[in-house]
Each structure stands twice: as structure tokens, then as C-alpha cells.
Design a protein around this ligand. Structure first.
Ligand code: EPZ
Length: 419
């Protein structure tokens, strides 16, 4: 397994370009199953999760070309509407093909994702929403088997709790259902809005995407389209923190400052100098130790759970004690034990991490446990005195495109040690 070797203490200076959003590209690729005409997507990040989704689409019978981030999907004939266990177990977002396959072919067989490092992550809300659209769904042998031979029927769906991919899954099913669908308590993440814009370009009739109530008027069929994926807000947030933890001066480009507003507010309270240079660039400067500032993760537009681990890395050297509360996932503090190996002082009490800032961290050997925890360890290694080795960086490769090249280009002492 590849490792990263990082020597900390070097301020980062220069420009960090943000790639297309992994969490927007995944549902967009699944949406291509909804039409027999070709769909072209631009700024698809070259990361492992995307390769997995492309493999899954091919498995269902779609043809794909991926020209360095411009992907064309041709789903003319889908002869195998299935997402097998050996694919889904590596990426639970594979459940995003459930809605499109049922809507397009009248059936789908998708392995249940199983848990992952950050929590149980069931898909019960996806399943119940599709049942409300008229699909009959059985769960056996670890698979969800959905049938809708007569097609889907619009309905009013109220999610018990906000689910991002649940909203996306049912939105993709509803666009081909007969009649009107209303989705209440829908996720408001930018990735949901981006998916809706692609679907509308394909001929869908959708209003309210990006708000908690989405209206869909079903149509007979969708047609091909071209679409550019939005910037990855979690990568942008990770880079903002990289500039701060390294006590440098970074310009983050090809991003959308609005999508990281909750993080910017917290970083400014902690003392960072952050300037929105334009509608696609942010500059961050900082030196010294941050003030301790509390954070509670919430659904968008609140503070993103996917930035919690990265923010905690910065708070480990804050002046004072910060309280970091994780409200979205039940086990998203796996990074704290590894940060402790680097000298961090963190106590976990239920959903809350109490971080007592130290004046420095020291390099150590640590192990990544999940995608965003790995980013947290990279940031901590940039802070630490001496050398850090991070094992299992395949977690990072799932969601960050060329991360070591990007960071090295602005001065980070980081190298990949191939296994
Ligand atoms: C999406 O996951 C993202 N993944 C996650 O990013 C992100 O952390 C999460 O949303 C929250 O913002 C993609 O978009 C591919 P949820 P998702 O359904 O949709 C519970 C990353 O690092 N729930 O919004 O799976 C669930 O267990 C990844 O890029 C149910 O109980 O998250 C969680 O506690 C990690 N039943 C909460 O809802 C369901 O049917 C929110 O989950 C669905 C979800």
C-alpha cells in the first residue's frame, strides 16, 4: 500500500487549482443511465471513486470514453441493470444507480453497501422513497432487488432525515415517473443542484433543487446533453486549511467561495486572513497559532461534515480548547487517535471531540482510516516538526486528484512511497 512521507514546517506559497467535484460527478455519471443518447460531462476528477463508478456503468452495459476528465457515456443498451457486491463494497455511492436503473429499465439489483469506517450508512431512506414511487423492493442475500415493470408513478416524498445521495437517487427516478413528484426535506447541497441542472439540460422538468422542497414533473424520456461539473468544495476547503496550517499564503483557484462560506467564517474567527478574490478564487494567509473556535457539523449550508477532520487538524495547535461536534455520522472521529500519536490532545465524549490546543505537533507514523481522515493527517503532517509517514493513502486517492503533486507545487515536502 502506498504511503506519503511528509516533512512539516514549510509555509505553502502559490496557487492551488481545485478539481471537479467527486460528489457531483458520481450522481452525474449515474444520471447518464437515464437516456439512450450520449451525455458528455466535463471536469470529471481522475480519482478512484470515479473509476469505480465508470466500471459500474460499463457493467450495466453502458459504453464510456474518458478523455482526461471529459467523459462521454452512451447508455443505449443496458442489458445488465445490476451493481454487484464486489463493486459496491469499495464505494457505497454505487447505490446512486438504483434510481436511474429502475426508472430506465424497470428493474435494478444493487448490492447493499454495508458500513464503512465512518458509520453504518444504510440506504433505507433511498429504498422507502423509491417504494413511494411505485417500485416493489425486496432485500435478500445482501442485495436490493427493485421492480417497476409498469414504470414509476409520481408521489410526495418526505425524507425522515436529510440524505444527499437519497435525494439524488429519488430525483433521478422521479424525472421519468408519470406525473408530479414533490421531495420534502430534500438535501440542499450544491451537488444536488448541480445534478438537477444536468437533468434539466437532458430535458427533465425540475424546480426547487438546492432548497428543501423539490418539484419534479415527469417526462416520457430524456435526451443527451453536455455539462461541466461544479468545483469540489471539500478539496477547496482542504486547501484553505492547508494554507492556514502551513502558515503560508495560498491562492485557491477554479473554486466557488460560496460553497465553503461556513468554513471561511470559522477560519476568520480563528484568525485567518481570507479574501474572496473573485467568484472563483480565494486567498488565504495566516501565521502563528489559531484561536480555538467551536464547530458543529450540519447539512449544507452548515459546516460540512466532510471538512470536520481537516478543521480538527488545525485546532490541535490552537490557543485554547475547541469543541467539535459531529452530527451527521456516528463514527467520524477515527482520525483523532492518529492525531494523538502526533501529540494532539483530544478527548471524545459521544458526538463531541474536545480539542485542547498544543503549541506544536511532532511527526510520526500514522494510518489513514477513511477519505477525509487521510486529508486531516496530511494537514497535521504539514504542521508537525519532523517527518510523518501516512500509511494506506489509497483512502486519499479515492477523492483527491494528484494531491501530492498539487501540494508539492506550492512548496510542501511530500512524496509518495509506492508499496
Ligand atoms: C454524501 O454521502 C457524501 N457522499 C458524503 O461524502 C457526505 O459526507 C455526506 O453526503 C453528508 O454530507 C457523496 O455524495 C457520494 P447522507 P451520503 O445520506 O449521501 C443517514 C466523502 O467524504 N442515512 O447525506 O451517503 C446516514 O447514515 C463522502 O466524499 C440513513 O440513515 O450521506 C448519515 O448518518 C463521505 N439512511 C446521514 O443519514 C439512508 O438511507 C446523512 O447521510 C441514507 C442516509
Amino acid at each position: 500500500m502506498d504511503q506519503f512521507k511528509i516533512t512539516g514546517g514549510t509555509p505553502l506559497h502559490g496557487e492551488l487549482p481545485v478539481s471537479g467535484s467527486k460528489n457531483s460527478a458520481l450522481p452525474a455519471l449515474a444520471a447518464c443511465l437515464l437516456t439512450e443518447e450520449p451525455v458528455t460531462l466535463r471536469r470529471i476528477p481522475q480519482v478512484k471513486d470515479i473509476a469505480t463508478m465508470e466500471q459500474l456503468l460499463s457493467h450495466t452495459g453502458a459504453q464510456l470514453t474518458d478523455d482526461d476528465g471529459t467523459v462521454t457515456v452512451n447508455a443505449r443498451s443496458l442489458d445488465n441493470p445490476e451493481a454487484p457486491y464486489d463493486v459496491v463494497k469499495t464505494m457505497r455511492a454505487s447505490s446512486l444507480v438504483l434510481g436511474p436503473l429502475v426508472a430506465r429499465t424497470g428493474r435494478a439489483r444493487v448490492s447493499m453497501p454495508g458500513g464503512c469506517a465512518i458509520g453504518a450508512r444504510p440506504i433505507n431512506l433511498h429504498v422507502s422513497a423509491l417504494e413511494q414511487l411505485g417500485a416493489t423492493i425486496e432485500q435478500s442475500h445482501g442485495y436490493v432487488e427493485a421492480q417497476a415493470p409498469a414504470g414509476l408513478q409520481g408521489a410526495t416524498i418526505h425524507f425522515d432525515r436529510i440524505t444527499v445521495t437519497g435525494t439524488e437517487d429519488v430525483l433521478m427516478a422521479a424525472v421519468l415517473a408519470r406525473g408530479e413528484t414533490t421531495i420534502r426535506n430534500a438535501a440542499r447541497e450544491p451537488e444536488v443542484k448541480d445534478l438537477a441542472e444536468l437533468l434539466i439540460a437532458m430535458g427533465a422538468k425540475i424546480e426547487g433543487a438546492g432548497t428543501s422542497i423539490i418539484h419534479v414533473q415527469g417526462v416520457e424520456r430524456l435526451h443527451g446533453a453536455e455539462h461541466t461539473i461544479i468545483p469540489d468544495r471539500i478539496e477547496a476547503g482542504t486547501f484553505l486549511l492547508a494554507g492556514a496550517v502551513s502558515q503560508g499564503d495560498i491562492l485557491i483557484t477554479h473554486c466557488n467561495p460560496e460553497h465553503v462560506a461556513a468554513l471561511i467564517v470559522k477560519m476568520q474567527k480563528a484568525g485567518a486572513d481570507i479574501e474572496e478574490v473573485s467568484n472563483c478564487a480565494i486567498r488565504v494567509r495566516f501565521s502563528g497559532r489559531p484561536r480555538a473556535v467551536d464547530v458543529t457539523t450540519e447539512e449544507y449550508p452548515g459546516f460540512a461534515t466532510d471538512l470536520q477532520a481537516q478543521y480538527m487538524a488545525w485546532m490541535t495547535v490552537a490557543q485554547g480548547i475547541s469543541f467539535i461536534t459531529e452530527t451527521i455520522f456516528e463514527n467520524r472521529f477515527m482520525h483523532t487517535q492518529e492525531l494523538a500519536r502526533m501529540g494532539a490532545n483530544i478527548r471524545i465524549e459521544g458526538r463531541q471531540a474536545i480539542v485542547a490546543g498544543e503549541d506544536h505537533l511532532t511527526g510520526a507514523q500514522v494510518i489513514a482510516s477513511d477519505l477525509r481522515a487521510s486529508a486531516s493527517l496530511v494537514l497535521a503532517a504539514l504542521i508537525a516538526q519532523g517527518e510523518t509517514t501516512i500509511d494506506r493513502v489509497y483512502h486519499m486517492d479515492r477523492g483527491y486528484e494528484r494531491i501530492e503533486q498539487k501540494l508539492a507545487a506550492v512548496g510542501a515536502k511530500i512524496e509518495r512511497i509506492a508499496a
